[in-house]
Design a protein. Structure first.
Lengths: 298, 294
C-alpha cells in the first residue's frame, strides 16, 4: 500500500481499482444464486451439459409445478409460513418485554436481571440436558418447542435495550411523565411507536431465523408432517431421493423421474430462499443504525 | 428502595415471562449437566441416577477418534477464522471509499443476500455445484471430481462457502463504525494531498481497530465452537477424516443413539474448553487494550 501512495496514485485511478474490486465481488456473490435461478427454469440435461451459464435453455416451469404439487414440500411450505409468523410474534414480544424494563436506569436489581440473561449467552446446559427439559415439559412433538426454549434472544435484546436508551429522546419521556403517564403508558404510547426502525430489523431477523431453522425441528418435532420446509428439503437436496408419490405419478420411467428430481432440486432452492431475499432489502437501511446503537454500549 | 420496587411493579411484571422461560430452558439444563457424571436412566430421573464420576470422560478420551475430533474441531474453526476475520474488514474499507453511492448501496444489498439463506439450502447448493457429473465447478474445470468424498477438500469447501455466505454480512458492523468517522478528517487529508490509500491507512484503519480487536477476541473465544449444521450436512463417510467434529458426535451419540450421559459429558468437555478460551482471551484483551466486553 505504501508503494502505491509513493507512486502518487490519482484519485481517479483508485476509484477505478475500487470499482473493479467491488464489481468482481458482486459477481462472485451473486453468480451462484443467478445460476440456480437460471437452472431452475431450464432442462436439467442442458444444465449438466454446461449450456446454462448465462441464460436458460429449453425454458419451462415444470420444476416449480412439481414443487407445489409435491405433498411433503407443500406441507413443509405451509408449516414454515406458520412457524415463521407465530415464532416472530412470540420472539419480538419477548424482546420488548425484556428490553424495556432493562432500559430503566432506576429499576432496582436491573444489573442482576441483565446478568441473569447475559450468562446464558456464554454458558448453557448443552444439547441433551436441554432436550430432557423440553421433553419433561411436554413440548416434544409440539410446535411451541420451536419458539419457547430459544425464545429470549439475549444478543438481540441488548441491541433493542441500547436502542431504547440512546435513540428515544429523554425530553419526550419526561414530558409524558409530567403529564401523568406511568412507565407502562410511556412504553405503549411513546417507546413502541418510536422504535419502529429497530423493531423492523428485529422482525426481519426473527423471520429469517425461523424460516431457515431446521435443527430445532429435527430434534424436537419427530413427526414428518410437522417438518418445516428446510427439513423436507433435506431429503431432496442432501439425500437426493425422489419422493414416492412422484415416482408413482411419472409415466416416462426412470429417466423422466430423474430429470424431474433434478428440476425440483433447483426450483425448491429458489422457493426456499426467495421469500427472505425479497424481504430484507426493505429494512436494509436500518441494519447499520440498529447495529450501531447496539455496538456503542449505553 | 422498597418504594422504588413498588413503583416499578409493572416492569417486573413485563419481565416475568421471559425470566421464567429463561430459568426453565436455560438454567435447569445447566443443573442437568450433572448427568455427565451419572449413569442417567430416564426412569430414575436426573438426581436418582447412579453417580459414576468421570467414567464418561474416560470413555471419550480413550475412544479411537477422540484426538481426531478435537483436532478437526480446532483446525476447522481456526482456519475459518483466519479467512472470515480479515475479509470483511478489507471489503468494508473498499466499500467505504467507493464514491459511487448508488453502486455502493447495490453492492451492500448483494453482499448481504447469502446471509439470509438457510444452511440447508446452502448445503444443497454446495452439493449441486460440486457434483461430479455436471456440477458447476467440474464444468468450469473440465473435470469429474467428487469433491465431497475427498477429506482433503472438506475444509476448503467449508471455509469458502462460509466466507461466501457471511463475509458480506460481517461488513455491517465495520461500515457502521466507518460511518461515524468525522468527515472533516477526510477533507483535511484531501487538502494535505493524501491519496485514497493514505486515507485508508491513516484514518479508516485506526478507526476500525477497536472493533476489529473486539471481534477477533469474541471469535477466538469460540474457537472450539464449530457449528453442527453445515458439517453434519456435508459429512460423508469418505470425508470423515477431516469432517469428524465434536458437535456432530454429541448429536449422534445423544439424539440418534440416546446415550444421554455420554453425549452430555462430551458436550461439557467442549463447553469447558470454550469457556477457558473465552476467559483467557478476555484477560489478555482487557490488559492490552481499552476494549472491554462481557
Amino acid at each position: 500500500m505504501k508503494k502505491n501512495s509513493k507512486l502518487g496514485l490519482s484519485d481517479k485511478m483508485s476509484d477505478i481499482i475500487l470499482l473493479v474490486i467491488i464489481i468482481a465481488l458482486m459477481i462472485i456473490i451473486a453468480y451462484p444464486l443467478y445460476y440456480v435461478l437460471v437452472a431452475s427454469v431450464s432442462n436439467p440435461y442442458d444444465v449438466y451439459a454446461g449450456k446454462t451459464f448465462l441464460l436458460p435453455s429449453d425454458f419451462s416451469l415444470k420444476g416449480y409445478k412439481a414443487v407445489f404439487s409435491d405433498p411433503s414440500l407443500y406441507t413443509g411450505y405451509i408449516n414454515s409460513i406458520k412457524y415463521t409468523i407465530i415464532g416472530t410474534i412470540f420472539s419480538v414480544t419477548m424482546l420488548y418485554l425484556t428490553a424495556y424494563p432493562l432500559a430503566q436506569r432506576d429499576l432496582p436489581g436491573r444489573k442482576y436481571i441483565s446478568l441473569f440473561f447475559i450468562i446464558t449467552m456464554y454458558f448453557g446446559g448443552g444439547l441433551i440436558p436441554t432436550y430432557l427439559i423440553v421433553k419433561d415439559t411436554g413440548l416434544i412433538g409440539n410446535m411451541w418447542s420451536l419458539f419457547i426454549p430459544g425464545g429470549v434472544s439475549v444478543a438481540n435484546m441488548i441491541l433493542v435495550r441500547n436502542y431504547f436508551e440512546t435513540s428515544i429522546p429523554h425530553e419526550l419521556i419526561e414530558a409524558a411523565q409530567i403529564d401523568g403517564c406511568d412507565k407502562l403508558k410511556v412504553f405503549l404510547k411513546i417507546v413502541i411507536p418510536l422504535s419502529m426502525p429497530i423493531m423492523s430489523v428485529m422482525v426481519v431477523f426473527s423471520m429469517v431465523a425461523y424460516w431457515n431453522d431446521w435443527f430445532t425441528a429435527l430434534i424436537y418435532l419427530p413427526k414428518p408432517e410437522m417438518a418445516p420446509l428446510p427439513l423436507v428439503l433435506r431429503n431432496i437436496l442432501i439425500k437426493s431421493s425422489a419422493s414416492a408419490t412422484q415416482a408413482s405419478t411419472i409415466s416416462g420411467g426412470y429417466a423422466e423421474l430423474n430429470k424431474l428430481t433434478e428440476m425440483i432440486k433447483f426450483a425448491s432452492i429458489v422457493v426456499a430462499a426467495a421469500p427472505m431475499l425479497i424481504i430484507y432489502p426493505f429494512v436494509q437501511k436500518y441494519f447499520e443504525k440498529g447495529m450501531m446503537a447496539g455496538a456503542v454500549k449505553g | 428502595m422498597k418504594k422504588r420496587i413498588k413503583a416499578n411493579w409493572q416492569m417486573y411484571l413485563l419481565l416475568l415471562i421471559p425470566v421464567v422461560i429463561t430459568f426453565i430452558y436455560k438454567y435447569i439444563p445447566m443443573y442437568g449437566i450433572q448427568i455427565a457424571f451419572r449413569d442417567f436412566k430416564a426412569s430414575r430421573g436426573i438426581t436418582g441416577s447412579e453417580w459414576v464420576g468421570l467414567q464418561w470422560f474416560e470413555k471419550f478420551f480413550s475412544s479411537p477418534n477422540c484426538m481426531r475430533m478435537i483436532k478437526n474441531t480446532f483446525l476447522l474453526s481456526a482456519f475459518t477464522l483466519l479467512w472470515s476475520f480479515p475479509i470483511p474488514i478489507i471489503v468494508s474499507l473498499c466499500l467505504n471509499q467507493l464514491r459511487f453511492l448508488k453502486l455502493r448501496k447495490l453492492a451492500q444489498t448483494i453482499f448481504y443476500a447469502p446471509h439470509f439463506i438457510s444452511t440447508m439450502v446452502i448445503c444443497g447448493m454446495i452439493k449441486i455445484f460440486l457434483s461430479p457429473s455436471g456440477g458447476l465447478l467440474n464444468l468450469l474445470m473440465g473435470t469429474q471430481i467428487d469433491f465431497l468424498t475427498e477429506a482433503s477438500a472438506f475444509r476448503t469447501i467449508y471455509i469458502v462457502s462460509e466466507v461466501w455466505q457471511h463475509a458480506g454480512w460481517g461488513c455491517i458492523i465495520y461500515l457502521a463504525t466507518l460511518a461515524t468517522v468525522d468527515t472533516s478528517l477526510y477533507e483535511a487529508a484531501k487538502v494535505d494531498g493524501a491519496s485514497v490509500w493514505q486515507r485508508i491507512v491513516n484514518i479508516d484503519i485506526p478507526a476500525l481497530l477497536p472493533m476489529a480487536i473486539l471481534n477477533l477476541i469474541m471469535s477466538a473465544g469460540a474457537l472450539m465452537n464449530i457449528g453442527f449444521e453445515k458439517v453434519w450436512l456435508l459429512q460423508t463417510d469418505l470425508n470423515k477424516a477431516a469432517s469428524d467434529v465434536i458437535s456432530v458426535y454429541v448429536y449422534e451419540q445423544g439424539i440418534e443413539h440416546a446415550k444421554y450421559s455420554y453425549s452430555t459429558a462430551v458436550g461439557l468437555f467442549n463447553t469447558v474448553i470454550n469457556l477457558i478460551l473465552l476467559i483467557i482471551v478476555n484477560r489478555i484483551a482487557t490488559k492490552h487494550s481499552d476494549v472491554d466486553f462481557v
